[in-house]
Design a protein around this ligand. Sequence first.
Ligand code: USQ
Length: 399
Amino acid sequence: MKVFIAGIDGYLGWPLAVYLTAHGHEVAGADLMLRREWVAEVGGTSAQPIEDRDTRLQAFKEKFGKDLDFRVGDLTDYDFVKGFFEEFQPEAVVHLGQMPSAPYSMIDQQHCVWTQQNNVVNNLNLLWAIKEVVPDAHLVKLGTMGEYGTPNVDIPEGFFEVEFRGRKDKLPFPRQAGSWYHQSKVHDSHNTHFASKMWGTRATDIMQGVVFGTQIEEMGDDMRLRSRLDFDQCFGTAINRFCCQAIVGHPLTLFGVGKQKRGFLPLVDSMACLRLAVENPPEEGEFRVFNQFENAYTITELAEMVQEVGAEIGLNVEIKHYDNPRKELEEHYYNPDRQHLIDLGYEPTHDIKSVMKQTMLDLMDNKHLIEEHIEALVPDIRWDSTRKKSVIIDEKTEA
Ligand code: USQ
């Protein structure tokens, strides 16, 4: 199948290009290379060294014996998107090309507005380019479990049956996002659903949990094919950050009480699920929603697993509670469904602890990269858009 990847230079986009090519698909993609700049802006770097575009393309050619059509371009530029679609004629479009960080979107007015403008406009451009150039193509849109928030009821996959004043309907499940970034994804969900209704666009909205891990099998031993892995307060996510903290002897940074519960999945599973979505398109006009995660854990459970796995490889890992820079429930009910991908054949294949161990071992040789950017580990971006470094709060350690 001809698959266009928006955001092909990113943490998910680059491995997806390798993975789908290894599984027989013809891939092309675009990226404005901004992730590299944002991470530098917030004082971070990739803990797993990554190559520039030319070197990645050379490694890709050596592995697969063909060129990858990876263009540097702005998805908010409609002429660029439409022109690329006219040439490539994609059958599926996987949209991973957005600003993905909640803290980054909370920094100030400029970061909030830029995030929403960029994310909402580039998703609209992809929808329009599909409508005008390849109306049969399937949009696989990366959304986030964070769109739902943490309601005190079970979370279905996108829609639920509701009875109100004696009448019944199947309605979109309420979205209660927790950051300006997550809000941008809510807007995308609404816009994508609307396009399906108006134009018959085929779309899958992926409510993905937090992804972790350094590699997929299809990359082999070629380090030039590896993906980035961030640990800073904005672009580093929970498990990846904890693994980085463990290997440099920094306490694991639990925010607040540490009972926040989220869905997580290894990078390998994220690739497998995206492939399943691509290879099993919905009907014309169908807007379907997949909750995509392997399992839900509290942040404390994850930190304790990293501590345990760290001990197995000789690391003495400390866990500390920091005052929470975010406004979020620190203890709550959390029970989302995840049946749709299982129905398509998704089977989690990797034990979470084995991926944690692989991640720590993979990062060990270059741990100086984390040490050189150690300041980026402790957050100072607050949800009221002020800046204040979080500090260890001992009184909550026993909570
Ligand atoms: N957390 C800590 N300590 C840390 C980092 C995070 O306690 O050092 C806590 C946060 O307070 C939060 C939870 O861990 O309660 C998850 O935070 P995160 O930074 O790992 O993930 P989040 O900000 O929710 O965003 C990430 C990705 C985003 C994706 C989302 C999926 O950056 O692109 O949409 O995960 S989900 O969380 O399901 O919404």
